[in-house]
Design a protein. Structure first.
Ligand code: A3P
Length: 434
């Protein structure tokens, strides 16, 4: 049955009002269909995600907001309430004339050349590495090792949130949002390292994990974590505390920031018995494009204060993380690390998930290739709102595993823009570069 446009628009406005009321601001009474979400209502990108997730919940289906929010491969600057309502109306009624920009024949400017001296090179990389914070020294005796766990190792923007949520479809695994534990010695160090406006959402993963494991509400889980911080529990003990309540399930920690520092990766070996690792790979140009689009460096004050531009920072993050993972993999048994390419995962999910299950010695479960099956059970819902989930918010804008994402970067970049050093690492990661 056809749903009326006005009823859709009314629902969109009412959801919008409830989002605004959560901000604690006075609701302006001049909000109307043509009001612009960013310019007039004060939306930030995470609010778009919250609106999209709430609308999908209302209509109990995925609507593919990616098509509305992305134009020419970048987020749109602004949208009116009417545009959002119109999109929802068309999706719900199957009047699907939403074309991708590619199909619509829009011209996209592709970056195919940059002079050699502007490319990433060894000296830029050394400068970049000096920005990375060292892992604080650990004092005292080392506790005995925790039971085995699995770590997904990759730089940000490699499809790690998608992989996490796919794995969360297995009843034999416990796969919470980013935990950010391995990079700190103690819970209080972790709290002070992440407690600022750019990073405090990264503290949410442990809270969401405890809510799921112990069936606690957000407030209780928050208080419990604060208690651990006050007692200065070690992060290894905190892991153990989670591991002892997950029964036979295996913990999977996907936290992309670990790979930036080889010492952090080594911690997984000292703190866990026979840990296993999934080395998640993505073509450097795909990662760089995604990194730039997500404006990730804005969230990292140390990086945004550097003289490097966003593309250079993205390339050097890719390069350093993979170089570290490759070096780390040489120090452990090869049977404990499995390379998985994002491109294969999105093009051939079933085969890739079978391969991962064999590696982890768990059964294949069909729900693993249906990542949009159950947000709550897979902890893709955030502690209070989905837009605060520690991970990729774009995950919510897709409505299924999107194979077209694998090579989308080719519209924007040529491999010629990469530094020689990056190309070499990409070849070692199994990419055929010219
Ligand atoms: P793009 O920005 O190129 O689209 P991470 O979680 O490691 O930060 O990775 C983010 C990337 O995973 C983004 O890449 C995002 O779109 C992609 N991704 C998230 N959900 C996806 C899905 N359902 N299908 C394909 N790609 C997905």
């Amino acid at each position: 049955m056809q749903v009326e446009f006005l009823s859709v628009q009314e629902k969109v406005i009412s959801i919008l009002m409830s989002i605004i009321s959560e901000w604690g601001d006075e609701i302006e009474d001049d909000i109307e269909a043509k009001s612009l979400l960013v310019e007039e209502i004060g939306f930030a990108s995470i609010d778009f995600v919250q609106l999209a997730v709430a609308i999908e919940k209302e209509y109990d289906r995925k609507l593919g907001f990616q098509n509305l929010l992305m134009k020419d491969g970048a987020y749109v600057e602004d949208l009116s309430i009417q545009e959002v309502s119109n999109f929802v109306y068309k999706q719900i009624n199957g009047l699907d004339d939403v074309q991708s920009d590619h199909e619509a024949g829009k011209t996209i400017s592709k970056l195919s050349f940059i002079p050699d001296h502007e490319k990433v090179n060894e000296s830029k990389l050394q400068q970049f590495k000096s920005i990375i914070k060292p892992l604080p020294v650990r004092e005292g005796m080392l506790a005995s090792k925790n039971p085995s766990a699995v770590f997904i190792l990759s730089p940000p923007r490699s499809g790690s949130t998608l992989l996490r949520v796919m794995l969360a479809g297995s009843p034999q695994l416990f796969v919470p949002p980013e935990l950010h534990l391995l990079s700190y010695n103690t819970m209080s160090q972790r709290k002070s390292g992440l407690d600022d406006e750019h990073s405090n959402h990264l503290l949410e993963g442990t809270i969401r994990a405890l809510m799921q494991l112990r069936d606690w509400d957000a407030e209780y889980a928050r208080e419990f974590v604060s208690g651990c911080e006050e007692k200065d529990l070690s992060c290894q003990q905190f892991y153990k505390l989670m591991q002892t309540t997950m029964g036979k399930r295996l913990l999977v920690d996907k936290t992309p920031s670990y790979a930036i520092n080889l010492d952090i990766l080594k911690r997984a070996e000292t703190d866990f018995e026979n840990a296993k690792y999934i080395h998640l790979l993505r073509h450097p140009c795909g990662t760089i494009r995604s990194y730039e689009e997500s404006k990730l460096t804005r969230m990292m004050p140390l990086m945004s204060a550097s003289d490097f531009n966003g593309r250079e920072l993205a390339e050097m993050t890719w390069q350093s993380c993979h170089e570290n993972i490759l070096e780390f993999s040489e120090q452990i048994d090869s049977e404990r690390i499995l390379p998985v390419k994002y491109e294969d995962l999105v093009v051939n999910p079933e085969a890739e998930v079978h391969r991962i299950c064999d590696f982890l010695q768990i059964e294949y479960h069909p729900e693993m290739i249906n990542p949009y099956g159950d947000n709550q059970a897979r902890m893709a819902d955030g502690v209070e709102v989905a837009s605060k989930m520690s991970g990729d918010l774009k995950f919510h804008l897709h409505s299924g595993i999107d194979s077209s994402a694998a090579l989308r970067w080719q519209e924007f970049y040529s491999e010629d823009i990469l530094g020689e050093i990056t190309k070499n690492t990409a070849r070692r990661c199994g990419y055929d570069l010219v």
